[in-house]
Design a protein around this ligand. Structure first.
Ligand code: ADP
Length: 379
């Protein structure tokens, strides 16, 4: 069983500057067979959390279970996990075959023939069957990545741990390996925890995503949930590219007053905001694809097109109105010229309103939102 239970896990490092809390009371469940991605900016504690599951870092507080076993004090090689590292960590003096069989020789009592068979089957599956007698230095980055993944697969672990495994590959290969890793994980149904700073990777590969900031979980949910229902401004900003538009606003008599615009919101939305807010300083958020240039003349805002970015099927308009900037996604066939004045509207059902002090999303759809320690997902 590859179910992972993380209860109030904490990691502190002692440094000359004092104690650093890298992971702060994280609780999280990963279902058996699930593909869970931990995403967050550099320094948010992603690797530390993964390395605690792997047994490469001591746990300062709390407990981690795999299946029903508490693994806090179990040696890394006995945890039933296999890790794939960013730098592949292959032994340069060993052939691919030796790299892939080394862990099996060390941690199992499988016979020579069984090890050989497993290595060859896995190498075949990874498309590296013809590289078995080569040394890592003679392989491309993509081939080394396959060997590193193959080395993890061959051990048939309960859990795969991936630490930014694709970040050393070029963009095209990264895209290809993304789908390949997904396919392998779906075939093997092995519980996987994948760390990346790249939100696109997280959004495209995972069953669920954990967003970390400063060692704390900000939100746990499916890619669709964290995109449509971000619990706070940090998540709203981190997930999605180009990112959500944000504007400082105040709410007075049902009207949002921004720096350069005023916008009347539906009364029920205004009531929700008034009931939930801590202060009168608010942040209005709306994604580029939700701003509508198809206005029919109602409640419009007008701004000047500064830059037009072609992305093939879509175009991005970068608009400005004195101090305020807006990013708007439009259909690739819509014609606009830089310098032109563009009218647009903000559909109320796509507005996010955050408390400027706490960052909390005040208009979260409770029914659609998830709890941060949700354990109800089964793979
Ligand atoms: P991420 O993987 O999200 O980039 P890390 O888990 O590597 O973040 O680091 C989280 C925090 O812990 C950072 O502030 C980092 O500087 C600190 N940290 C990580 N490893 C050590 C260490 N061995 N000693 C001291 N501080 C560390």
């Amino acid at each position: 069983m590859g179910r992972i239970t993380i209860n109030n896990v904490r990691k502190e490092y002692d440094s000359d500057a004092g104690t650093i809390c890298a992971v702060e009371d994280v609780s999280l469940n990963v279902a058996d067979g699930e593909f869970l991605t931990i995403v967050g900016p550099s320094g948010s504690g992603k690797s530390t959390l993964l390395r605690m599951i792997a047994g490469l870092e001591d746990i300062t507080g709390g407990e981690i279970k795999i299946g029903d076993t508490i693994i806090n004090n179990i040696a890394p090689q006995n945890r039933g996990v296999a890790m794939v590292f960013q730098n592949y960590a292959l032994y340069p003096h060993m052939s691919v075959r030796q790299n892939m069989s080394y862990g099996l020789k060390l941690t199992t009592d499988l016979g020579k023939e069984e090890i050989s068979r497993r290595v060859e089957d896995t190498a075949e599956m990874m498309g590296i069957g013809d590289l078995l007698d080569k040394k890592p230095n003679n392989l491309s980055g993509g081939q080394q990545q396959r060997v590193a993944t193959g080395r993890a697969i061959v051990r048939q672990p309960d859990v795969f741990l991936f630490d930014e495994p694709l970040s050393n590959l070029d963009a095209k290969l990264r895209l290809h390996m993304r789908t390949e890793l997904q396919r392998i994980q779906e075939d093997l149904e092995t519980t996987s925890v994948y760390v990346t700073h790249d939100q696109t990777e997280a959004m495209t590969m995972s069953d669920r995503i954990v967003i970390l900031s400063d060692g704390s979980i900000q939100q746990v949910g499916t890619p669709a949930e964290v995109y449509a229902q971000p619990t706070n401004q940090f998540v709203a900003d981190f997930i999605g590219s180009p990112s959500m538009n944000f504007f400082d606003v105040r709410l007075e008599h049902g009207v949002l007053h921004g720096e350069d615009f005023e916008y009347e919101i539906p009364p029920e939305l205004a009531t929700t905001v008034r009931e939930n807010r801590q202060s009168n300083d608010l942040v209005l958020g709306i994604r580029p694809e939700h701003i509508s240039v198809d206005t029919e003349g109602k409640d419009t805002i007008e701004a000047t097109l500064e830059v037009l970015e072609h992305e093939g099927s879509d175009n991005y308009l970068y608009l400005s109105k004195s101090e305020t900037e807006w990013t708007v996604r439009v259909d690739g066939n819509t014609r606009f010229e830089p310098g032109e004045s563009v009218e647009f509207t903000l559909p109320a059902d796509h507005l996010h309103i955050f408390d400027a002090e706490t960052g909390e999303n005040l208009v979260l759809d409770e029914a659609a939102s998830t709890e941060t320690d949700d354990s109800s997902v089964t793979a």
